[in-house]
Write a protein that binds this ligand. Structure first.
Ligand code: IMP
Length: 191
């Protein structure tokens, strides 16, 4: 089985990626003993995913992918965007959601999740794939699955939030699924 390192410490993302890239042996940062933290200071999802995958690929000399993702809310002019993980001072999922709802001030808004997946090969070549999932921000949390903003991200087609969907459902329509499908197709010809 071909190996790919995934440059993330987020167990939820890792699980989603393992579910979708079933034909690859997915190694985590723990598996390669990478313990440093990487500052995500680029101002685009693409920039951050390239930064993470490049640093980790150089460290382990293996083909490495990284996901940088976040939520863009129309009424908040695209916020929290690249700051999704640390939108509130506390940086916890609950505090981030609270900040969003406070800023929306009682109004629902259309929104989209964006995922940028970059693969960096051992020779330094790289490619980035973008996936989007459209939905709406609702004003109260619903559901117990998933992570991040899942409890307030409502998908019209399923009449459910991401947090009300089991893995299998979310993985059919998510931003990460769409980006990973593009990566998968690319890897069939290039790995
Ligand atoms: P990253 O690890 O810097 O890419 O941060 C991504 C952040 O965006 C996460 O910490 C979540 O807050 C949010 N996010 C990304 N993807 C999802 C998702 O599928 N569901 C809920 N929140 C997400």
């Amino acid at each position: 089985m071909k190996e790919l390192v995934v440059a993330t410490n987020n167990e939820h993302k890792l699980k989603e990626i393992r579910n979708i890239l079933k034909d690859y042996k997915i190694l985590s940062l723990k598996d390669i003993n990478f313990c440093n933290s990487i500052l995500e200071d680029e101002n685009t999802f693409e920039g951050n995913s390239l930064k993470k995958a490049t640093i980790v690929s150089k460290y382990c000399s293996k083909n490495t992918i990284a996901d940088d993702s976040g939520l863009c809310i129309s009424l908040l002019n695209g916020e929290p965007g690249v700051f999704s993980a640390r939108y509130s001072n506390e940086g916890t999922d609950d505090a981030n959601i609270e900040k969003v709802l406070k800023k929306l001030n009682g109004k629902e808004s259309s929104a989209k999740f964006i995922s940028a997946i970059t693969i960096v090969f051992t020779n330094g070549n790289h490619e980035t794939f973008i996936g989007e999932c459209k939905g709406k921000i609702i004003l109260e949390k619903k559901g117990k699955y998933g992570f991040g903003y899942d409890p307030i991200f409502f998908v019209e087609k399923y009449k459910k939030t991401f947090a009300e969907m089991k893995d299998i459902e979310k993985n059919e329509i998510s931003h990460r699924r769409k980006a990973l499908d593009k990566l998968k197709q690319y890897l069939e010809n290039n790995l």
